[in-house]
Design a binder for this molecule. Structure first.
Ligand code: ADP
Ligand code: SF4
Length: 689
């Protein structure tokens, strides 16, 4: 039964000629699949429709080949041949009563056109503004270009409607859409009627919306998605100007959808941004327009959502990441099962799928983007036949995930953990600065397992090979984790770094275990994700001073893919950390370390009291080795399979790899050997004959 306090979230809301069944609005989000994986992106949305969202959007859709953002993979609606995937998407979204939204984008100065090789266009002559600094400039649009742009939009509106979409959204947020480029006084330095005053800069937006209404407005709703602030200082499209714009064109679209600013600000990680971080920027906007307002803020708490609506901040709870982590979020609130919500941890691993042109994955929801490829579902699993007994050793993200998913499948599961506390690395890391939300990975799974009568948990139980042999399980899943290396081996050095006797060398495991540390510490980061920066913050908190040395050109380089890199380097520099990039650790002696430039080999000395190695990790495989040494005893003890998963198989700095490994183990335990067959479906292009 739904908590009556949450009723307000299930009120229908009118959007132009249509009505959304509730206030849950899945805003557009990338997924790394796009046009390459059309069925995968459609089925991902079908699961959200089943999960009760009132409105579900596509990712960014490039409406014309003259503006595209290769290498990034979004959707393309360039010609009739593209239509079937959009028809499929709209059908999937409608399957359980959601309104289908399509985000129409003309990237303009954000599109280098590396694939189409067309000359990009922008309000004025200027270099392309992307993550990749391509050697491409856009030319200034003339009046004919603007007429063409309007016609291309008209064509896209007609196609979107024909494909079955209900809400057509014009994308002008995050610096990614031409509408924002025209609105921005920083970018739009035109001197004609499309530049200058706000009225002029908003002219293109107004024309595009009016054209949309003219084409499809009787049946489809028109949305406009804008940044609350361009985040470019007073020269940019500021929050104050946005307010003027909304007041000026209060009734222009059928719904206003406000994103935070830059993508980095909008999709801030929990390390840098709290839930509802955009509140001050959105406050008061709703009062400027009679149209409904959508706002985002990594909302996972129903009480917070209710407050947002009751305080008149938003009409719709916009969500991208919370809908990825839990596609059934609305349904769970509706059914009064809030304790079952799988809360987003704000890690942005999902974003990395887009940034790396891979396929997005989610730390919390391992079935994300596997709905079509592998037939996985976030809530349901195939029943095991027959349900045998499985012993899972280790309760980190891999072990917890395996135990939970095996439990769902009906196996009889025993989860043994050496420590008193469950959660493995997640428990330890969630105590580090900025990572407390990561504990949700553990808490959700412990909560679910706690309800299962077929999963038993044994804490304080360090298992040996004899214990495992005598346990009586048919399957043994070793999720025993990994430890950080102390010898400096990772990517730059494949052999140990020389360290003088008696010099203090620590690893993140020591810090997480509470090692006392004082003085000046050299942190050597050859891992390049969050741990180097987080360890530095932990040392600062403990009163140390730090030199952060990395062979990379920037601090926490891979965190560019989680949109955090800039925030991390800024925070460390502001805190006075001595940052040394493009430097490798060469040796450690008493009271000092030698580092060298990775380009020239020139050496420098850094005085330090200790060195903290954030390098590679090694699997904890002692138990596995002991069991492999006695394979002849397995059969007598009823053991059919032994497998290492997660960090115990091959460590990853990202915990998403571990939760995925646990889920996969449970899905595939009773599947027949595949041989060389692919373990997932793909869509490949047909050759034209
Ligand atoms: P992963 O990311 O793969 O889940 P973790 O390092 O987070 O790995 O978790 C591994 C867990 O396994 C830790 O909590 C550790 O205490 C536990 N563990 C390791 N060896 C044993 C063992 N022999 N018996 C029981 N638990 C173990
Ligand atoms: Fe949230 Fe992380 Fe999942 Fe993205 S990957 S939805 S940030 S839990």
């Amino acid at each position: 039964m739904r908590d009556p306090r949450h009723d307000i979230l299930f009120e229908p809301v009118k959007i132009g000629p249509l009505t959304a069944k509730n206030r849950f609005y899945q805003v557009p989000h990338c997924n790394g699949g796009g046009y390459r994986d059309p069925s995968a992106v459609a089925e991902m949305r079908r699961v959200k429709s089943e999960g009760g969202w009132g409105v579900i959007f596509t990712e960014q859709v490039e409406i014309h080949h003259s503006s595209e953002i290769t290498p990034f993979i979004e959707l393309r609606l360039w010609e009739e041949k593209d239509m079937p995937s959009f028809v499929k998407m709209a059908e999937a979204i409608h399957s359980h009563g959601a309104l289908a939204g399509i985000e129409l984008a003309y990237p303009g100065v954000n599109g280098p056109n590396l694939y189409s090789r067309e000359v990009p266009m922008a309000p004025v002559n200027m270099p392309i503004l992307t993550f990749t600094s391509d050697p491409v400039q856009a030319r200034a649009m003339d009046k004919q270009d603007i007429r063409n742009l309007r016609n291309w939009h008209r064509q896209a509106y007609r196609r979107a409607k024909r494909a079955g979409f209900d809400i057509l959204c014009l994308y002008g947020a995050h610096g990614f859409g031409v509408i924002q480029h025209f609105l921005s006084p920083r970018i739009n330095q035109r001197t004609d009627e499309y530049g200058g005053s706000l009225k002029n800069r908003a002219r293109l937006l107004k024309e595009l919306v009016e054209d949309a209404r003219d084409e499809v407005g009787d049946t489809c709703a028109i949305a406009v998605r804008l940044s609350l602030d361009e985040m470019a200082g007073p020269d940019g499209f500021t929050n104050a100007e946005l307010r003027d714009l909304v007041a000026m064109h209060a009734e222009l679209p059928d719904v206003w959808d406000f994103a935070h600013g830059t993508w980095e600000a909008c999709s801030g990680t929990s390390r840098f941004k709290e839930e509802a971080a955009q509140e001050e920027l959105i406050r008061g906007l709703k009062q400027l327009t009679p149209r409904p307002v959508v706002g985002v803020g990594r909302f996972t708490s129903p009480d917070q959502m209710v407050r947002q609506v009751k305080q008149g901040l938003v009409d719709f709870i916009g969500a991208a990441r919370p809908s990825i982590a839990d596609p059934h979020l609305p349904k769970k609130i509706d059914e009064g099962r809030t304790e079952d919500i799988r809360e987003c941890i704000g890690c942005n691993i999902c974003v990395t799928g887009d940034m790396t042109m891979g396929l997005s994955r989610c730390t919390q929801n391992s079935s994300f983007m596997e709905e079509w490829r592998k037939g996985w579902h976030p809530e349901r699993m195939r029943k095991a036949a027959p349900p045998k007994k499985v012993l899972v050793v280790g309760s980190g993200p891999a072990g917890l995930s395996a135990a939970h998913r095996l439990g769902l499948r009906g196996y009889e599961v025993a989860l043994a953990e050496a420590r008193k506390e469950l959660g493995g690395r997640v428990t330890l890391e969630s105590r580090l600065p900025g990572l407390s939300a990561w504990a949700r990975v553990r808490d959700y799974r412990i909560g679910q397992i706690g309800k299962m009568t077929n999963v038993e948990v044994y804490r304080d139980s360090h298992l040996t090979a004899d214990d495992v042999l005598g346990f009586g399980a048919q399957h043994v899943c070793l999720a025993t984790g990994a430890t950080w290396r102390r010898d400096g081996v990772a990517r730059f050095h494949l052999r140990p770094v020389p360290v003088a006797n008696g010099v203090r060398v620590l690893t993140p495991d020591d810090i997480m275990a509470g090692a006392e540390i004082k003085g000046h510490v050299l942190v050597y980061d050859d891992d390049h994700y969050y741990m180097g920066g987080v360890m530095t913050e932990a040392l600062l908190k403990a009163g140390c001073t730090v030199s952060l040395v990395t062979p990379s050109v920037k601090v926490s380089e891979w965190a560019t893919n989680t949109l955090e890199q800039g925030f991390i380097q800024q925070r460390l520099l502001m805190a006075g950390v001595d940052v040394r990039v493009t430097r490798a650790l060469m040796s450690v002696g008493p009271g000092e370390a030698v580092i060298a430039c990775t380009y020239t080999g020139r050496e420098e000395r850094v005085a330090c009291d200790a060195v903290l190695m954030v390098t590679a990790r090694l699997p904890v495989d002692g138990l596995q080795q002991s069991l492999l040494a006695v394979t002849e005893q397995w059969m007598d003890n009823g053991i059919e399979t032994v497998a290492a998963i997660g960090d115990a198989e091959a460590p990853s700095s990202a915990i998403a790899w571990s939760t995925y490994a646990g889920h996969r183990y449970a899905e595939e335990l009773d599947e027949p050997e595949r041989g060389d067959a692919l373990p997932f479906r793909r869509e490949i292009a047909e050759l034209l004959t």
